[in-house]
Design a binder for this molecule. Structure first.
Ligand code: FNR
Length: 363
C-alpha cells in the first residue's frame, strides 16, 4: 500500500501490525463501547456554517495554552504502554512532538521513564495517577517538576479502571521486557498476571487511590509550582468546582470511552462546560478526534485545543516516529484546510457561529 492518506488508513494498518492483546488494549472501550462509538458520532451531530470571501491566503494555527505557545491546537494525549506499539515507544512519540513543536502529555504508566522522555527536549506535561502510596505520588510530581514538565495533568475519571472486556478475555499484562518505567525505580510495582482478568484492572485496584476528592487537589497543588490541569470532567458543576479549587485547566474527556460506558460523548459535554467557566480556566477536550473538521467543531464549541489519542498509537505502530509525525501532519493539514474553507485564517476566528447542531427538525 502507498502511504496512508488519513488516520483511518493508519488504523487498518496498525491492526495488522499489533498483537491481539495490544490491539484489544489500544482500540477498545468499556463494556458495550457505547461511549466509544458516541464520541465519534457526536461530530456528525454538528454541521458547519462556513463564512465566504474572507482572505485566507495566510493561515496561522498557533495557540497559547497555559502561557506556552504551541504550533497548533493539538496535544498528544497521555497513553500508557507505548512500547507495545513500537520498540521506541514514548521516545518516538516525543521526538515527533519535538519536530512538530507540539505538546506531549506523558502517562504515569509509560514504558519509558519521564527522564528518558524529557531528554528528547519535547514540550511536555506529565499525567498523574494518584497512587494510594502518597509518598510515591509526591515523588512522581517532584521528578516531573525537576525534569521540566510544564504542567501536571491529573486524571480524575479513573478511581478504578473501566471494564474493558477485550483485556479481560486476553488477560492483559505487559509482555516480558516491558516495564512501568516511572515506578519500578521507586517501588516494587508491576502489572500482575491475573487468570481470566485484566492485569491493569488488578493494578488499579491495588495501587490507585479511589478515595481521591477535591481536597486532594489542594494537597497536590501545595507540593508543586506546576499548574494543575484536571482530565476527565464531563459536567459543568464539576468544572466550576475545579475552578474553585484553583486548577488552571480542564480537559473534557471520558477517557476515550474506556471508563464509564454510557457516559456522555466529550463533544456533547463541551459547550455546557465552556459556557459555565468562560475564560476563568483553559478548557481542552479529547475523544474521537480523527479529522481536522472534528478539531474545528471542538474549537467552535469553546475548546482552546484538543488532545489526540489512538491515532498517535496507530502512527507509532505503523512507522515509529515517522508514523506519528505523519499522523500529526495529516490532522494539521486537514484542520488548516477546514479553517480556510470556513473563512477562519486564525484560530481566534473560530467561534460558535460556525457550528449548528442537527436537530430532528433540520435533519
Ligand atoms: C488512554 N488514556 C489515558 N488517559 C490517561 O489519563 N492516562 C493514561 O495512562 C491513559 N492511557 C491510555 C491508553 C490507551 C491505549 C488509550 C487509547 C487511552 C486516555 C487518553 O488520554 C484520551 O483521553 C483518549 O484516548 C482520547 O480519545 P481518542 O482520541 O483515543 O478517541
Amino acid at each position: 500500500m502507498t502511504q496512508p492518506i488519513n488516520v483511518f488508513e493508519y488504523e487498518t494498518l496498525a491492526k495488522n501490525q499489533l498483537s491481539e492483546m495490544a490491539w484489544g488494549y489500544y482500540s477498545t472501550g468499556a463494556l458495550d463501547q457505547i461511549t466509544l462509538g458516541d464520541n465519534r458520532a457526536a461530530y456528525e451531530r454538528y454541521r458547519l456554517r462556513p463564512r465566504m470571501l474572507v482572505d485566507v491566503s495566510q493561515r496561522d494555527l498557533s495557540v497559547s495554552i497555559l502561557g506556552q505557545s504551541l504550533s497548533r491546537p493539538i496535544l498528544i494525549a497521555p497513553m500508557a504502554f507505548q512500547c507495545l506499539a513500537h520498540p521506541e515507544g514514548e521516545i518516538a512519540t516525543a521526538r515527533a512532538a519535538t519536530e512538530a513543536g507540539m505538546m506531549m502529555v506523558l502517562s504515569t504508566l509509560s514504558t519509558q521513564s519521564l527522564e528518558e522522555v524529557a531528554a528528547t527536549g519535547c514540550p511536555r506535561w506529565f499525567q498523574l495517577y494518584v497512587h494510594k502510596d502518597r509518598g510515591l505520588t509526591k515523588a512522581l510530581v517532584q521528578r516531573a517538576e525537576s525534569m521540566g514538565y510544564q504542567a501536571l495533568c491529573v486524571t480524575v475519571d479513573a478511581p478504578f479502571i473501566g471494564r474493558r472486556e477485550a483485556d479481560v478475555r486476553n488477560e492483559f499484562t505487559l509482555p516480558k521486557g516491558l516495564k512501568l518505567a516511572n515506578l519500578l525505580t521507586m517501588a516494587d510495582v508491576t502489572l500482575p498476571d491475573v487468570p481470566d482478568d485484566s492485569g491493569l484492572f488488578a493494578y488499579f485496584k491495588e495501587q490507585i487511590d479511589p478515595s481521591l476528592t477535591w481536597k486532594d487537589l489542594e494537597w497536590l497543588q501545595s507540593m508543586t509550582k506546576l499548574p494543575v490541569v484536571v482530565k476527565g470532567i464531563l459536567r459543568a458543576d464539576d468544572a466550576l468546582l475545579a475552578v474553585q479549587h484553583g486548577v488552571k485547566g480542564i480537559i473534557v474527556s471520558n477517557h476515550g470511552g474506556r471508563q464509564l460506558d454510557g457516559a456522555i460523548a466529550s463533544l456533547d459535554a463541551l459547550q455546557d462546560i465552556t459556557d459555565a467557566v468562560g475564560e476563568q480556566v483553559e478548557v481542552l477536550m479529547d475523544g474521537g478526534i480523527r479529522r481536522g473538521t472534528d478539531i474545528l467543531k471542538a474549537l467552535a464549541l469553546g475548546a482552546k485545543a484538543v488532545l489526540v489519542g489512538r491515532p498517535i498509537l496507530w502512527g507509532l505502530a505503523v512507522g515509529g516516529q515517522a508514523g506519528v509525525s505523519h499522523v500529526l501532519q495529516l490532522l494539521t493539514e486537514e484542520l488548516e484546510l477546514a479553517m480556510a474553507l470556513s473563512g477562519c485564517p486564525r484560530i481566534g476566528d473560530i467561534d460558535s457561529s460556525l457550528v449548528e447542531p442537527r436537530t430532528i427538525a433540520n435533519l
